[in-house]
Design a protein around this ligand. Structure first.
Ligand code: NAP
Ligand code: GFB
Length: 411
């Protein structure tokens, strides 16, 4: 396990000497006492994705896992990318790589399938499994264990969730809380029980506190209550970050998470009542064009959002699986300079679908959060090279996909 390399001195070198607060010293001693040998995953269980040679201490002799120091929490935040993080080598000697994607049948799951299968991101010797709720209802622990037993994943991309737009959340915050709490705990617990090497879970920018300074960054997740409209989903998602920290501190697991903003693309949910704004408006506008009626936008259209194409998020999630080694989550989104209003999105959709009819705004309906502008400074430190698809181009591609797949799309 990368985080448990070498001796404490060397670790601080990589992660920068944390200010050894009493809490850290306290932690390092207390955590060590908790770590009975059988709780620790087998040191021979090398990660085939970022395999590194067995760890040596400064005198060059092989270090047994339980002799390795326990890291103070400050290491939870990686200061810089250690030079020796190696790219994922699927044909490593540690054996086959089986990546299981929960929520693989959804919009983001299909995007990952597209980039892995059609853009050559799949490596030789890797097996990718894309699950739907028909394979297992992950709210049920028994079914969760069965699907892990069946596929024996070495790595998991955990996307499965009860997902919906603003008005769906406002109708049933409790169900979003209870379903997602159960799904997440079952998946992470079973990943731990079955020795999964890495889990990448999916949070969302709506989980950040509502009363906050902009732009928002990854360190602000727990700095206050989320927006009222989606408190159930937001608290359930925040707990993934807490669970990841727990699995890291107690077992050294490399479970991490990504934080996309508003995602859109092919295979989205276009159902007008339950969908997110982009797909709801594409569904509504196409219907209005077909029926020759006005399209009604909910709210004032003044709210601002960062819309990221699902394929771009998919490409970055595969990169996170292979090379991102922090436990702390990372925001995956277009930059704040690409933020647009709902009204801008409405006009881009009307142009993409060649809709010339009347556009109405039902201002009796909520605007939800007026903005949730996030910073991608951290992503840019890692991936200064990554280029996002311009939102207008992404909207056009998604509208074309929707029209071409109207009969099979979720409406
Ligand atoms: P989606 O299209 O609605 O897909 C949801 C997926 O979860 C589907 O594959 C669904 O399976 C599966 N699922 C739902 N309940 C399940 C259960 N009880 N057991 C097993 N599988 C279950 O959602 P998405 O937009 O792709 O979202 C994927 C992830 O990204 C979620 O974690 C979401 O919170 C996160 N996210 C989404 C956005 C966004 O704007 N869409 C933004 C930020 C984060 P079926 O197909 O069988 O129903
Ligand atoms: O994507 P959305 O439903 O949720 O967008 P959030 C809501 C914004 O779009 C509000 C406006 O400002 C609405 O007034 N809007 C206009 C519409 N017309 C429509 C419409 O027909 N349908 C919908 N749904 N909105 C979500 C979180 O917040 O962000 C989710 O609730 C998730 O959990 C997602 O995190 C990324 O952007 O407000």
């Amino acid at each position: 396990m990368l985080y448990f390399n070498a001796n404490a001195g060397a670790l601080f070198k990589y992660f920068g000497a944390p200010s050894a607060t009493s809490q850290d010293e306290e932690l390092s001693t207390s955590a060590a006492t908790h770590m009975s040998p059988q709780m620790l995953s087998d040191p021979e269980d090398e990660d085939p994705i970022t395999s590194t040679s067995p760890q040596q201490d400064s005198s060059g002799c092989q270090q047994h896992y339980k002799d390795r120091p326990v890291l103070p929490t400050s290491v939870y935040q990686l200061k810089e990318q250690p030079a020796h993080i190696e790219k994922m080598e699927s044909d490593t000697k540690a054996g086959p790589v089986r990546v299981m994607v929960t929520g693989g049948s959804g919009m983001l799951g299909k995007a990952i399938e597209h980039v892995v299968m059609n853009e050559g991101l799949k490596r030789e010797g890797e097996e990718w499994i894309f699950l739907s709720s028909k394979d297992a209802d992950l709210r049920d622990l028994g079914q969760t264990k069965a699907v892990f037993k069946k596929h024996r994943p070495t790595h998991v991309i955990h996307l499965a969730a009860k997902v919906g737009g603003l008005y769906e959340h406002m109708r049933d915050n409790l169900l979003f809380l209870s379903d997602n709490l159960r799904i997440n705990d079952n998946v992470l617990q079973t990943a731990h029980d079955t020795g999964v090497i890495k889990v990448v879970s999916c949070l969302s920018s709506c989980i950040f506190p509502d009363k906050i300074t902009y732009p928002i960054d990854e360190t602000m997740i727990h700095n206050g209550l989320p927006h009222d409209s989606n408190f159930g989903y937001s608290h359930a998602k925040r707990l993934i970050d807490i669970q990841n920290r727990g699995y890291f501190e107690q077992y050294g697991h490399r479970y991490t998470a990504v934080i996309p903003t508003n995602v859109f693309g092919p295979h989205d949910n276009f159902n007008i009542d339950t969908a997110h704004v982009m797909s709801a408006l594409i569904g509504k506008t196409y219907k209005a064009k077909m029926e020759g009626t006005p399209v009604t936008v909910c709210g004032t259209g003044a709210a601002r959002r960062l819309f990221t194409l699902s394929w771009d998020v998919g490409r970055l999630i595969v990169w996170v699986l292979r090379e991102y080694d922090e436990i702390q989550p990372i925001i995956l989104s277009v930059g704040e300079e690409d933020e647009i209003s709902i009204k801008d999105a409405v006009e881009m959709i009307a142009e993409a679908l060649d809709f010339k009819g009347e556009i109405k705004y039902d201002t009796s309906l909520s605007d939800g959060q007026l903005r949730k502008t996030t910073s991608i400074a951290k992503l840019r430190r890692y991936r200064p090279d990554f280029t996002f698809t311009p939102v207008k181009e992404g909207i056009k591609m998604t509208c074309d996909w929707f029209v071409a797949n109207y009969n099979s799309a979720r409406t």
